[in-house]
Design a protein around this ligand. Structure first.
Ligand SMILES: Nc1nc2c(ncn2[C@@H]2O[C@H](COP(=O)(O)OP(=O)(O)OP(=O)(O)O)[C@@H](O)[C@H]2O)c(=O)[nH]1
Length: 202
């Protein structure tokens, strides 16, 4: 088993403009693109190989469009996901309502999927505490109820971004059916470390 390639499907969900694409961009390319906000259309895919506890794990990350116009499409992308990073903007309480929507969907349809509730743009609330609209402890209580993990990230500064994706990979390696899933894994050794397959981000 050691050194075997494993493919973990990870889906990014959350309201538009919460920062899903920026999180993936920071993790994969170690950069933050300021510029005007451009919404994702459909979805984008990127694969990232990493090593966890001596196991090679390849995350296949689907970055979905947050606009409700693409809701039906996002449902297609979370099918079979082992991990869902459900994002909200720490400065926008309405975005947390959208988290609850996606969590209900996942709980109903994807019971094998580990949920990570991610509060984004932590740099903004660090600079000005009055901007925070969602209390960390309220999120933690909610996460405890639904057996999810929580984190707060900033794609601008990079805070906790690598740690989030590392945790996703570690949880997968530690899961009780890892060995079975690893055997079914897709061999992506022919591909580069980080590869964009479809990119519909305009
Ligand atoms: N200050 C700050 N701004 C951020 C951060 N992450 C994203 N943004 C900004 O928030 C806006 C939306 O970011 P995106 O990553 O495109 O959001 P998205 O969730 O992918 O949006 P959709 O594609 O519409 O679903 C952009 O203007 C980003 O520059 C962050 O960590 N800090």
């Amino acid at each position: 088993m050691s050194g075997q390639r494993v493919d973990v499907k990870v889906v990014m969900l959350g309201k538009d403009a919460v920062g899903k694409t920026s999180l993936v961009e920071r993790y994969i390319h170690h950069r933050f693109l300021p510029g005007p906000y451009q919404n994702t259309i459909g979805a984008a895919f990127v694969a990232k190989a990493m090593c966890v506890r001596g196991q090679n794990v390849t995350l296949g990350i689907w970055d979905t469009a947050g606009s409700e116009r693409y809701e039906a499409m996002s449902r297609i992308y979370y099918r079979g996901a082992r991990a869902a990073i459900v994002c909200y903007d720490l400065t926008d309480s309405s975005s947390f309502e959208r988290v609850k929507f996606w969590v209900n969907e996942l709980k109903n349809c994807e019971d094998q999927c580990q949920i990570y509730i991610c509060g984004t743009k932590s740099d903004l609330v660090e600079n000005d505490k009055a901007l925070r609209q969602i209390d960390y402890h309220d999120v933690q209580d909610y996460a405890d109820e639904i057996n999810a993990r929580v984190c707060e990230t900033s794609s601008k500064t990079g805070q906790s971004v690598d740690e989030l994706f590392q945790k996703v990979a570690e949880d997968f390696v530690n899961c009780k059916d890892f060995e079975t899933l690893a055997e079914k894994g897709v061999d992506l050794t022919q591909k580069r470390n980080a590869t964009s397959y479809t990119c519909c981000h305009h």
